[in-house]
Design a protein around this ligand. Sequence first.
Ligand SMILES: Cc1cc2nc3c(=O)[nH]c(=O)nc-3n(C[C@H](O)[C@H](O)[C@H](O)COP(=O)(O)O)c2cc1C
Length: 216
Amino acid sequence: MKPIYKTIFVWQHIFILDIFKIFMEFDSVVRRRRSAHSFLKKRASWKAVLDAVEAANYGPFAGNLNNLRFLIIEEEETIAKVAKHAEQTWIGEAGIIVIVCSDETTLEDKYGERGRVYSRQQAGAAIETFILKLADLGLGSCWVGAYSDELLKEVLKIPQHIQIEAVIPVGYEDKKSYEKKPKKKELENSIYWENWGNGKRPTIFKEPIDPMQFKR
Ligand SMILES: Cc1cc2nc3c(=O)[nH]c(=O)nc-3n(C[C@H](O)[C@H](O)[C@H](O)COP(=O)(O)O)c2cc1C
């Protein structure tokens, strides 16, 4: 083999291995993530939280209008107040709490009524990326949705027109109080084919020659 072809061959294989590694890492983070309900005293770094916010910002946004704000709370007193207003005392164990907020007026201006739906949808997508990145960094977190909007807005000086999308305690999970990972829905109960209610894939289609094409 000519040296130039040898080089291309080697680089091609390194590239394929890299792609394979990315998929492996993605799957492992997705499966490793869990809702943490107890935290160690060791504090998470605020820089890790910024990394996770940055990851969330890479996600899709309707019209590419990112209308989210991540309010980061480190003050112990404020953390205690947030835990109280969520009526979930364990939240107070976290060294950092992130309040994910959206301003739906930005999307309403462009998309009318539908903009409000987009706003909630893109907040959910961003929250998922955010907590996955935290898991990737070895941090525990939990998507908390039960809290008093009114009281949190008052304590955190959040304007009335801003929507609180989630409260996310962040820290190192206390593995001593690990709960069993909840059972997840099985694939066959998650999909229909071609028509609502049809659980069987029609066999009229040819199998793709390269199944990897769906991953590109
Ligand atoms: C919209 C939403 C709201 C949630 N609210 C709470 C909450 O208030 N308190 C809590 O402990 N967990 C909350 N969770 C976390 C779920 O309880 C958790 O995701 C579920 O039990 C599955 O566990 P896992 O995240 O470890 O897979 C919420 C999750 C979502 C998506």
